[in-house]
Design a protein around this ligand. Structure first.
Ligand SMILES: Cc1cc2nc3c(=O)[nH]c(=O)nc-3n(C[C@H](O)[C@H](O)[C@H](O)COP(=O)(O)O)c2cc1C
Length: 158
């Protein structure tokens, strides 16, 4: 056991993780997807999920204004969309363009439900916590949708 630089230690302990795309609301009938690795289940009853969003992200502004998100678990078939959603900003391009005809409006707040995803969880933001250069938004799951294929992992993304 030896003391090393923090980020070096984190690289070593990183295990296969799922990756999600959160859909947030820009304004009426406009949505933005953001790829996320930092998310977790935080409550059993009610079921709640937390997502950690960098302050500089366009999605951060959206979540401050519109307190809803859809936590979408994509599959290998959607890997290109996941890459784009994790490298391009909604402040520059409309990322919804890449999934035209592949989604429908959800039941809770009308956020996009990706048709061929492994799962979609429609969430209402209940609270938020500052965490360094990110904000943790905690969402209560209102409705769940399930597909057939298994969820994508971070390892499959690169
Ligand atoms: C695999 C992967 C995981 C990511 N995880 C997060 C995350 O957990 N939180 C975050 O704020 N950004 C994360 N990002 C970066 C955002 O997805 C990226 O900055 C995105 O372009 C922001 O989009 P927006 O400006 O439209 O919100 C991740 C990117 C990738 C490729």
């Amino acid at each position: 056991m030896q003391r090393i630089e923090i980020n070096e230690a984190l690289k070593k302990v990183k295990h296969p993780q799922k990756v999600v795309v959160a859909f947030v609301q820009v304004d009426k009938d406009r949505y933005n997807p953001i790829t996320l690795e930092w998310f977790m289940k935080t409550s059993i009853d009610p079921v709640m999920f937390a997502i950690s969003i960098g302050h500089t992200r366009f999605s951060h502004k959206c979540l401050q204004e519109n307190r809803v998100f859809n936590l979408c678990f994509p599959t290998l078939a959607q890997v290109e969309f996941v890459r784009i959603s994790g490298t391009k900003s909604g402040s520059e391009i409309d990322k919804m363009h890449f999934i035209e005809g592949k989604w429908f409006k959800g039941r809770y707040a009308g956020l996009p439900i990706l048709k061929d995803a492994a799962a979609n969880l429609e969430c209402e933001v209940i609270t938020q916590v500052q965490s360094g250069d990110h904000t943790i938004f905690v969402g209560k799951v209102k409705y769940a949708w399930l597909g057939d294929a298994p969820p994508l992992t971070v390892a499959e993304l690169f």
